[in-house]
Each structure stands twice: as structure tokens, then as C-alpha cells.
Design a protein around this ligand. Structure first.
Ligand SMILES: *Cc1c(COP(=O)(O)O)cnc(C)c1O
Length: 495
């Protein structure tokens, strides 16, 4: 038998471990110690072999070359890169959490089930929905789940012929992707000058073929769709459902609810609004909420409470089935539970107030140099444009690169697609006035440089850990692990 197989081997690893190789006794001691069986041990595992100090210094240096939410303001629009409180990490590291197993009997994990149940209840309260499933593992996964729920709902009602999903041209890219993956044709509705949905164009797009209208409100321009009740009426009138992309709940926490606006299905990004790590920081969680008429379609299991004990309910009549193994990303749900317990309902409303204030403050400070798109009053984010600098040969990409030289993180760029040379800025509530001022000062300084010394922007970054990346090599030959890096450097990047 081969002693081991590489992790990339396509066959599943199946081992027969003989009884006697599972334990061994240290000579002179009574205790029997469990050990790695002989058959699983290997001499050379082919990873770098270095002393502790080399490893610690290497990773500490790498972490210093990086920029994260622990480094400073990270205004990546739509991504809600707020500070992730350390208390949530502490609780998630407790052995009571680390050592439970998804196959344990319900009676032994009542605490974990209670946490899941409470998160479901709080999300219902926050969104005005009637039932929530914590299954999906990310925002896009929540959308896909929501679209499948709408699809099955129409099928059960004998309306399986509905084959179109309508969405505004300001939609997040995952919306058309989720609809397409669920087998729908996507119909796009243009936005008006002020950034909101054009009702006439919507009227023309809706028909008895429409299954779902998907929208985020405030939309990706950070603008509240004040015609939302009219939109809901129009969508329901043709027998379609209304989907709320709730990835960014910051601006409406405690202010209003998708349920009050007429929405039928909502997804949440716990890893945005509810302060759990994301991006390179860890997995996400994208729970889905629905109104009572869609409850039976939710993915299973959902957690229920009978007054005495918490239990998993797999018996939903029209459930779309399972969308993920076991119970979703429990450790992420737990962190969001800690966050919500820490903040309380007053704290969550403070998040809405402060994130909207921060976004409008920053918008006001830079608007002379960077005009913004759509209505004046913004919610948690705004979209500025780098268009005025094109005449100096400076693109938004150059501005973003130059921001790194000031020791700051760039905003989202070139999204949403409807704004030319877009800079999408979301400071979040976890930015102090001093940080916002420093950011505004840097952006204004860059605006001056763009006119006086555009070359400095085109070559930027100059002071960052790496110079300008070759986009072609980065996308065609990604280096996700050191193994790839080793082979690539050996072959001297045969491009
Ligand atoms: C982030 C985001 C999503 C997708 O969430 P993921 O967890 O990244 O899949 C969807 N819609 C909007 C508006 C978002 O900002």
C-alpha cells in the first residue's frame, strides 16, 4: 500500500487502520497514547522546513505588507468592511464551540441551537420577514437560494412558465449571475438620471413571464428607492415576487424593513452588516428570510423551539432541499450572534445613523474634486467619479493605486457599471472623524497631483509593498500557493 496520497489525488482517501497501530505505550509508563498510525506516517512531506523564528518573522512581515480592517479605514463600497469586534473571535474560540460536532444528538447541543434560533428570530425582526433559514454560506449563495425558492413557488402554483428575472442596471453583479444559474433569462431595467428605477421602463419589462424582481434598497448608488411601494405593487400585480438583496443592511437597521416595503424574499450578509470577518478573513454566511406564504419552501433544516427544547425541523412541505452540508456556517452565525448581543437594538440603530452620517460627511468633503452620481442625500455609501481627471490622462485606476501610497485602502472602482470612472465609497460606522478627514485630505491631495503631476499617479504605487501589478500575469497565472510560486519561478514564467 502507498503510505499516503497527495491531497490533490482525485480518489477519496480510504484507510483500513489495524487495531494495534492506533495506540502505543511509552516504555515505563502505563498510559496508552493515541498516535498517528504507521501507515499514515511519512518521512518527507515536501513542505518548507524552517525554525520557528524564520516562520514567525516571515508571516509577521507578510501581515505588515497587507492592509485589513485592523489597519485602518477600508472604504470598499458595497463590501461593508467594518471593524470586526474581537469579542466575537474570543467566543468563537471557546472549546464549547470548537469541539461540538454537527452529528451530535440535539439534546447535547441545545446552546448552539438556541444561538441559531435567536439569530433567526432577530433577523426576522430586523427584516420584517416571517421565517429565516441560516443555511446559505454567502450572499451570492443566499440569492441563489432565494431565486430557487421563487422558482419552486411558481411551479407549485402551476406558473412554471415564468422564465424571466427583472433587475435594475445598478444591480450587484451577483444578482444576474444567481438568476442565470437558476435557469432564468435576465431582463435589465435602466435607471433614471437620479439613480433610481425608471418606473416606465419597469412597467414595460414586467409581464406574466416575470418570476422575480431583484433589487437592493438603498441601491448600489447609496440612494433610497423612494418609489419602492409603487414598485412592489407593480411587481405583485403581474404575479411576480419581490426580492431584497440585503447584503448591505447597514443603512436601514432599526429604521425600516424590507417587510414594510412589500418584499417577499430577503438575504442577509452576516459577514457585512453583522461584523463577521470576510474577504481574506474567513467564510461568510448568507441567511434567507421569507414571508409566511414562502416559509414551506425554505431550505432545511430550520431551528424551532417548542417552549422546552430547540430542535431541527426538516419537515417543510415544499422545501427546495438542502443547499449546504449540516447547518450552515455555524461559527459565523455565532459571531453575528455575539455582535447583535453586544450592540443591542439601540446599537444597531446607531450603526445606521453613523454609517449614513460618515458616508455623507466624506461625500461633502471631497465633492468639489470628485462629483458624485445621483441624488444629493446618500445612505451608507456613495459613488463618486474620477471623470474630471481623464483630461489629464489620469484614470480612476491610477487614483486607486495612488491611494496606497498614502497608506490607505482604495474604494471599489468601476462599479456600479452605470457610473463612468466610478469610485464607490463606503466608510462604514467604524470610522472616526479623524480617519474620515485623513482620507478626504489624501483624496484631495491626489486630485491636485492629478492636475499638476499626473505622471506620479500613472506610475503609482511608489511606497506600497508591491509596485503596480501586471494584471495580465496576475489573472492568467495566479499564484494561490507557494507550490505554484516555486514551479513558476523555476520555469521563469514561461509566458
Ligand atoms: C457583497 C454583495 C453581494 C454578494 O455577497 P457575497 O457574500 O460576496 O457573495 C450581493 N449583493 C450586494 C449588494 C453586495 O454588496
Amino acid at each position: 500500500m502507498r503510505p499516503y496520497r497527495q491531497a490533490s489525488h482525485p480518489e477519496p482517501l480510504i484507510f483500513e487502520i489495524p487495531e494495534e497501530s492506533r495506540t502505543f505505550r511509552i516504555p515505563g509508563e502505563e498510559e496508552v497514547i493515541e498516535d498517528v498510525p504507521e501507515a499514515l506516517r511519512r518521512e518527507d512531506i515536501g513542505i518548507p522546513d524552517h525554525p520557528e523564528w524564520v516562520v514567525v518573522r516571515h508571516f509577521t512581515r507578510l501581515s505588515q505588507m497587507n492592509y485589513g480592517v485592523d489597519s485602518g479605514l477600508y472604504p470598499l463600497g458595497s463590501c461593508t468592511m467594518k471593524f470586526n469586534p474581537k469579542l466575537a473571535e474570543l467566543v468563537a474560540s471557546w472549546p464549547e464551540v470548537q469541539y461540538i460536532h454537527p452529528l451530535q444528538d440535539e439534546s447535547t447541543v441545545q446552546g448552539a441551537l438556541r444561538i441559531m434560533y435567536e439569530v433567526q428570530e432577530w433577523l426576522k425582526e430586523i427584516s420584517g420577514m416571517d421565517a429565516v433559514s441560516l443555511q446559505p454560506a454567502a450572499g451570492a449563495h443566499g440569492e441563489f437560494t432565494g431565486v430557487l425558492i421563487a422558482k419552486k413557488f411558481h411551479e407549485v402554483n402551476g406558473e412554471g412558465h415564468r422564465d424571466e428575472v427583472v433587475l435594475p442596471d445598478s444591480a450587484h453583479g451577483t444578482n444576474p449571475a444567481s438568476a442565470t444559474m437558476a435557469g432564468y433569462k435576465v431582463v435589465e431595467v435602466p435607471s433614471r438620471e437620479d439613480g433610481t428605477v425608471d418606473l416606465e421602463a419597469l412597467e414595460a419589462a414586467l409581464s406574466e413571464r416575470t418570476a422575480l424582481f431583484m433589487i437592493t434598497n438603498p441601491n448600489t448608488l447609496g440612494i433610497f428607492e423612494d418609489n419602492i411601494l409603487e414598485i412592489a405593487r407593480m411587481v405583485h400585480e403581474v404575479g411576480a415576487l419581490l426580492y431584497y438583496d440585503g447584503a448591505n443592511f447597514n443603512a436601514i437597521l432599526g429604521k425600516t424593513k424590507p417587510g414594510l416595503m412589500g418584499f417577499d424574499i430577503v438575504h442577509f450578509n452576516l459577514h457585512k452588516t453583522f461584523g463577521t470577518p470576510h474577504g481574506g478573513g474567513g467564510p461568510g454566511s448568507g441567511p434567507v428570510g421569507v414571508t409566511s406564504r414562502l416559509r414551506e419552501f425554505l431550505p432545511v433544516p430550520i431551528v424551532e423551539f417548542d417552549g422546552k427544547r430547540y430542535y431541527l425541523n426538516y419537515e417543510l412541505k415544499h422545501s427546495i432541499g438542502k443547499v449546504r452540508a449540516f447547518h450552515g456556517n455555524f461559527a459565523v452565525v455565532l459571531r453575528a450572534w455575539v455582535y447583535m448581543r453586544m450592540m443591542g437594538s439601540d446599537g444597531l440603530e446607531w450603526v445606521a445613523n453613523r454609517s449614513v452620517l460618515n458616508s455623507n460627511y466624506l461625500k461633502e468633503r471631497i465633492k468639489e474634486a470628485y462629483p458624485h452620481a445621483g441624488k444629493e442625500l446618500k445612505k451608507h455609501e456613495f459613488v463618486a467619479t474620477g471623470e474630471p481627471f481623464l483630461e489629464h490622462g489620469v484614470k480612476t485606476l491610477d487614483i486607486a493605486k495612488r491611494i496606497a501610497d498614502y497608506g490607505l485602502h482604495a474604494p471599489t472602482i468601476y462599479f456600479p457599471l452605470i457610473v463612468h470612472e466610478a469610485l464607490m465609497i463606503e466608510p462604514t460606522e467604524t470610522a472616526s472623524k479623524a480617519e474620515l478627514d485623513a482620507y478626504a485630505d489624501a483624496m484631495l491631495a491626489i486630485a491636485r497631483e492629478a492636475k499638476e503631476n499626473p505622471e506620479i499617479l500613472k506610475q503609482a504605487p511608489h511606497n506600497a509593498a508591491s509596485r503596480r501589478i501586471d494584471d495580465y500575469i496576475a489573472s492568467k497565472f495566479p499564484t494561490p500557493t507557494w507550490r505554484v510560486y516555486r514551479t513558476k519561478t523555476k520555469d521563469k514564467l514561461k509566458v
